[in-house]
Every structure is written in C-alpha cells, then in structure tokens.
Design a protein around this ligand. Sequence first.
Ligand code: PMP
Length: 288
Amino acid sequence: MGLKVYVNGELHEKQDARISVYDHGLLYGDGVFEGIRAYNGRIFRCKEHIDRLFASARAIALTMPMSKQEVTEAIRYTLDANGLSDAYIRLVVTRGVGTLGLDPYKCRDPQVIIITDSIALYPPQYYENGLELVTVSTVRNHPNAINPRIKSLNYLNNILAKIECIQAGLTEAIMLNKEGYVAECTGDNIFVVKDGRLMTPPVHAGILEGITRQVVMELAGQAGMEALERDMTRFDLYVADECFLTGTAAEIIPVVRIDSRQVGDGRPGPVTLKLLEMFRSQTTNSAG
Ligand code: PMP
C-alpha cells in the first residue's frame, strides 16, 4: 500500500491525489503552506504551525474552510492512515479553482492538502562539518510587496536565490533585504554567536518568523544565554564566533564558511552543538 494524501477530507493514493489546473495555487502561486514534523508520533509545535498557517491565510484574505482544530485532526488522521510516527508534514491550502483572471474572489473552494512522508534527513556531514554559505544578489522580498512572514505558495524569491547558490556550488544562500541587512536563507533562519550571545535578524528585516528560530531562542534562555534580535550586516556574520541555521527540516545546522571566509575556527562551535543537543532532547522527549 502506497502513501495516502489528504485532499479536502478524503484520502487518495499518492498517484491519484489531484487538484485542478485551474486552481489559483498553480496558476498564480495563490495559497499558503506549512512544513511540520512529527517526532515519535507527536506533531512538533503543532499549535504554532497551525497559528502561522491561519495568519498567512488571513494576510492573503483567504478564508480557511476548516477550523484550527479540524486542521489539526486532519493532520493526525493522515499520519495515522499512513502509519507514520516520524514524518515530514506538508500542509497546503490553495485558493481553489477560479477563472484564468487574477480575481481570487471568483475562487469559491480552497483546497486543503496534507502530504505526510518519511523525512528526508540532511546528510550527517552537514552537522559534523558544517555548511558553507554564500551571499546572493537576489534581494529578499520587500515586506510591503510580499511580506516574508506570509508562508505563501509563491517561493520564487527563494528559488531565485537557491539557483544562485547552486551555481556557486553550495546548498544554502544568505539573502539580504533591500537595505542591505541580513534577512535569512532560502529555507532557514540564521543566527550568529558573538561573545556568548545569540543574535538573529528581527522580523522587520523581512523574514519568515521561523518556529525553530523561536524554539532556539527559548532554549538559549533556558541555557542562561541572551538571544537578541538585531539588524545585522555581513560584517556581523564574518566576525561571528559561530553561525548556524534553523528550520523544521534542518533543525540546527552549523555554518563554518561564509563568502569564502572561515567562521570562528572553521568547525561547528560549542554553543551551536549545545543548542542542537538541547533541541534533539526536546524532540525525543516529545516535549514539543
Ligand atoms: N525561512 C524560510 C524562508 C523558510 O521557508 C523556513 C521554513 N523552511 C524557515 C525560515 C524556517 O522556519 P521553520 O523553523 O518554521 O521551519
């Protein structure tokens, strides 16, 4: 039996799960999504993800066809149907079928899709050796154009940056905002450690307010470390003692080189490794 995908209340075999080519999610990237993980059968930070999905939907004036509780139950139902306890969950809400024109008000039926799959873990060497990053020229979306706080189906801004970093032979890129301050990576938030303090760009820098970012700030507090939201330039990255990325799939990944400069001593740093250990003990204890 293959994987089952939830579409509007029904489960379909993966190869039979479909939406219309007239769906504005496809025609215009008009919709919102979440990437969530389940550890040991528990949906990690479920409430935060559902709240962010509903906030994204509200921001694009998309009326959710289900309540928060119904969405949560639907995720649970899909996980159970697939017998998955450690999983990556992709929750997608499209604007629905409309005309070939832009008008979202002609789309009457938003589609709720839940894909649960086994998690494609990043290679262990990313964690052991750390990543190399490059700053790319694609500027992060201006918050007054498409606010990066909206986790929308239109990820072209990030994809353009991803193309640049792949061309440079790397897997993740640093995106700056229009003022030249560090925003985030294509699919992860960024932190530095400097003189025993954590620093990460503030929401106004034009970032997705990452849920892993929030967890890391909480963990820093528990470890008695200050975690500051600060406008940062590339200088702050280059002179950092440590640097790491956070994201649902990545968890916490050390960064050891940025724009061909070594970060710290060029090895994953002690604070990064401590936070990763704390993060992993939280997910294995299912405390999330
Ligand atoms: N920034 C962007 C652009 C993202 O797409 C993501 C999610 N992959 C993140 C940051 C990290 O957010 P979270 O910790 O909620 O997964």
